[in-house]
Write a protein that binds this ligand. Structure first.
Ligand code: ATP
Ligand code: MG
Length: 425
């Protein structure tokens, strides 16, 4: 097919919304992003804003990042921008680097060719075939994520019905959901994530396909899955996302232990805890990955610890640590978490357990405050106490005790320098 024919058939497929009929204003696009778009355009290339930024701008939300799609090839982009570099091996794209931001510029791509064999493995392994704007829109995950903003005339281009779905508040897979979810099972988690974040519904066929393919999430790369889980916790829509992951059955194959602990109504505090957590991170407070993941694991771990204590009353300190370590190690391995994160989770949960029954002497209490995991454990205790209604007083006491210790430390005179005696030979 010649280029011209692609262009004309694509124009027929696309809905183009003029500047006067959509709310995207250039004032809401950072200057550096505009610079990149304009330079590409003036050099004779197509230059589109794409992905999440167009969706968010249309919804009057602030985009997390601004990605650009173009028909310039990576080497051409590299030549056009001195402050750029090519990254990625599987999928080569360019980063244009400014002092305070990186703008990602990628060449229009199409989905890699698939064999015709019905049972052929669908998982995508090679991703580097250039394509047309239509093909680039179609290889994206959801219709609302496949809109373009064209700097040439400030129009919005929609090849896949994304504008309609945006208006109807729907997350819909592009193409056949059975194929698209098998190609990349992480898309099932992303569907839930976008629906939770934006307050959208998952369109019927898309949702049915999640129900059908949910166990295939185990074929996805564990670090990508862990990153998606961390993302919902970090960005403050975990309650809604975990609710939907439980209801759709996606959590069960991934984290069966956690699923069993939170799915029934045995641990209503988990839902309260994620609600408090979401509010906390949305207010801008930084919470460590270890605490975020501990929140998810807590109902299960606390359950197991309580049962262990019934079997063996008065667990000793070393025994608690060993028990926690053996319990969570296989889960952390399945999620491919870095060893340091796993270690911090173990320490945070163990310290939390010990904070619940504070030592009686002051010296041990002070030592506690100076232990490295104290900060994480106190954050976890705060979430646990205010959502379960248990241990609120214990939390308050630790909090004010830690403040007093720190204040005393700040006010204390610096320790006197010891004089070095000169040694004479
Ligand atoms: P966010 O606001 O969280 O950054 P986003 O929509 O920009 O959301 P990204 O993960 O940054 O999402 O990805 C950018 C774009 O790349 C998406 O909007 C989508 O078009 C495409 N994309 C990302 N992941 C996939 C995937 N697994 N399959 C197909 N397309 C994808
Ligand atoms: Mg993005």
């Amino acid at each position: 097919m010649s280029d011209e024919r692609i262009a004309s058939s694509e124009q027929e497929t696309a809905v183009v919304v003029d500047r006067s009929d959509h709310p995207i204003s250039r004032r809401r696009i950072p200057e550096n992003v505009l610079k990149v778009l304009y330079r590409l355009h003036r050099s004779g290339y197509r230059a589109y804003l794409c992905g999440g930024s167009v969706r968010d701008l249309l919804m009057m939300r602030t985009p997390k990042d601004f990605d650009i799609a173009t028909d310039a090839h990576p080497a051409e982009i590299r030549r056009l921008f001195r402050n750029s570099r090519i990254i990625g091996r599987r999928f080569r794209l360019a980063h244009v680097i400014f002092q305070d931001m990186i703008v990602e510029v990628s060449t229009f791509r199409r989905e890699p060719e698939r064999g015709t064999d019905e049972n052929a493995e669908l998982l995508i392994t090679d991703d580097n075939t250039f394509g047309s704007p239509l093909q680039d829109a179609r290889r994206r995950d959801f219709t609302i994520n496949a809109l373009f903003y064209n700097i040439a005339d400030f129009s919005v281009i929609d090849y896949v019905g994304g504008l309609d779905d945006l208006n109807q508040k729907r997350v819909r897979v592009i193409g056949d959901p059975d194929i698209r979810f098998r190609e990349d099972p992480v898309r099932m988690m992303r569907a839930i994530e976008f629906a939770s974040r934006l307050g959208f519904e998952i369109e019927h066929d898309t949702y049915e396909a999640i129900l059908r393919h949910r166990t295939e999430i185990l074929k996805a790369s564990p670090p990508r899955v862990a990153e998606e889980i961390l993302e919902v916790l970090r960005r403050g829509w975990s309650r809604e996302a975990f609710r939907r992951m439980v209801d759709s059955g996606l959590l069960e194959p991934l984290l069966p232990e956690v699923y069993r602990a939170i799915a029934g109504d045995r641990t209503p505090y988990f839902w309260k805890m994620t609600e408090v957590l979401d509010r906390t991170v949305q207010s801008g407070r930084k919470i460590s990955d270890a605490v975020l993941l501990s929140v998810l694991l807590l109902p299960w771990v606390m359950d197991e610890l309580e049962q262990e204590e019934k079997r063996k009353p008065k667990l000793r300190i070393g025994e608690v640590m060993l028990f926690i370590r053996e319990l969570i190690q296989p889960v952390c391995a399945r999620m491919a978490l870095p060893a340091t994160t796993r270690h911090h989770i173990e320490q945070a949960v163990e310290t939390l357990w010990r904070l619940l029954e504070p030592p009686s002497d002051r010296r041990s209490q002070i030592r506690f405050v100076y232990r490295e995991p104290f900060h994480d454990a106190l954050a976890l205790l705060e979430l646990y106490a205010f959502s379960s209604g248990k241990y609120v007083e214990v939390f308050r006491q630790w909090q004010s005790f830690a403040q007093r210790v720190r204040r005393a430390e700040a006010e204390a005179p610096p320790p006197a320098r010891r004089r070095r005696r000169r040694r004479h030979a």
